[in-house]
Ligand binder design. Structure first.
Ligand SMILES: Cc1ncc(COP(=O)(O)O)c(C=O)c1O
Length: 438
């Protein structure tokens, strides 16, 4: 079969202008191994974005492969309403132990957007059950991204993705995000949040945030003081704090969870992506006992949470996720990340700066990012006609690097199996790309 032609004929890819495809073929990837993806011609590419931020340990980790195989020989699927199965229970047990304190109940779904939808619905319904029916909307940060379903888009702050859908969305309140990692930025955003809450908290169910890094919005890394302040304000004004850890959960920022940087616990948390190390689609929403208890009653009171999906708690996915979390513990992955993170931070700060296209270098854990400039010294940006992010993506492929710029922001989101030598090589190739830009 001519796969590429068939793909062009039949498939509509996500976040892709399909007309670009008329000019160049997509890569046909046939194998994954650790840090690398391999195409049908045997070319290898460093997966510097962990396959859309999912492949924590690299591709095809033998323990995850084995967990998947073992589970598939025992149980493929079982309806999760009225039934249960061991790997879901093992996973829930592990999650409750490691999640920020107080998150006592685990609700399964199968992608990050849906985990967010579940959190919004749980929060909304909670307030309804306790008699605060005037609470009917949410607050979210400018530049935030929580997924592509309509509820998640309603609390999304990226105009390019979200503006066109406005007529379909519920009316939510945007508050300014802390921009950059300074304490001043955190304090100023908190002052704004307090002003909005003073005026509006009566009708607000919760504030949803991406802890520590606003990822899709351009890798905005902010100060943990913002999280601490937001937690305090949510308590003061009686609204939920919802942490969307879909992107940053499971070691990405150097701590197990983004919230851990501030030592805070949200009322609801969303996990997905790295939960299964990229091997299976799975997500969870975790809630406090207080929220759960508001739904727990005789069925005649109609307090059931009427939400679920065909693949809720899928046994193959939960088995892989449970093994993934065991791997974190037994291989002491967080300690490895600490060492790698230090190396990565130092390497990008010392080497990226040699290019005059690099501006605003930032780093946390296993994420490093910069903004592309035509001339960084004079802060001259590229224009949208330059389509520079896309250009860097294409040149990355020629260099054997899978980079996936967010507009003009270039970033690494490295699998934790990366070595310091790999980091050096990835930076060398990135610099060659930058040298070739006009
Ligand atoms: C913070 C955050 N929340 C939610 C999502 C949506 O997850 P999914 O793409 O699995 O629906 C993403 C995806 O990038 C994300 O970064």
């Amino acid at each position: 079969m001519n796969y590429i032609q068939k793909d062009r004929d039949l498939i509509w890819h996500p976040f892709t202008q399909m007309k670009d495809y008329a000019q160049r073929d997509h890569l046909l990837i046939v194998r994954g191994d650790g840090l690398f993806l391999e195409d049908v011609d045997g070319n290898k590419y460093y997966d510097t974005v962990s396959s859309w931020w999912t492949c924590t340990h690299g591709h095809n980790h033998p323990r995850l492969v084995k967990a998947l195989r073992d589970q598939s020989e025992k149980l493929d699927h079982v309806i999760f309403s009225g039934m249960t199965h061991p790997s879901a229970i093992e996973l829930a047990d592990e999650l409750v132990k490691i999640a920020p304190e107080g998150l006592a109940k685990v609700f399964f779904s199968d992608n990050g957007s849906t985990a967010v939808e579940v959190a919004l619905k749980m929060s909304f319904q909670y307030w309804h059950h306790i008699g605060q029916k005037q609470k009917n909307t949410f607050m979210y940060l400018s530049g935030s991204y929580h997924g592509d379903t309509l509820g998640a888009v309603s609390i999304g702050g990226i105009e390019l993705f979200h503006a066109i859908f406005k007529p379909l969305l519920f009316d939510a309140i945007q508050v300014p995000a802390p921009t950059g990692n300074s304490l001043d930025a955190a304090r100023s955003a908190l002052r704004e949040l307090e002003i909005f809450l003073t005026a509006e908290s009566n009708r607000i169910c919760g504030l949803i945030i991406e802890p520590i890094v606003q990822a899709a919005g351009g890798m905005n890394m902010y100060h943990p003081a913002y999280l601490r302040g937001a937690r305090a304000l949510c308590d003061q004004f009686g609204i939920h704090l919802i942490a969307d850890e879909v992107a940053v959960g499971f070691g990405r920022t150097g701590r197990m969870f983004g919230c851990d940087h501030a030592g805070i616990a949200p009322d609801l948390v969303c996990f997905s992506k790295a939960l299964t190390g990229g091997m299976m689609p799975l997500s969870v929403t975790m809630a406090t006992q207080v929220i759960y208890d508001a739904f727990y009653d005789d069925h005649t009171t109609m307090k059931t949470f009427f939400h679920g999906h065909s693949y809720t708690g899928h046994p193959l996915a939960t088995a892989v996720a449970a093994e993934n979390l065991r791997l974190f513990r037994e291989d002491n992955v967080l300690a490895r990340i600490e060492h790698l993170s230090e190396y990565l931070g130092h390497a990008v700060r010392t080497r990226w700066t040699s290019s005059n296209h690099v501006s605003n270098i930032r780093h946390i854990g296993m994420i490093a990012a910069f903004d592309l400039r035509k001339d960084a010294a004079s802060d001259i940006p590229y224009t949208s006609d330059d389509r520079i992010g896309f250009e860097v993506y294409l040149r990355g492929l020629e260099e054997g690097l899978i980079l996936r710029p967010l507009g003009d922001t270039i970033y690494y989101w490295l699998p934790y199996c990366v070595t310091t030598a790999d980091i050096d090589e990835i930076i060398t190739r990135t610099l060659r790309i930058l040298d070739s830009l006009h």
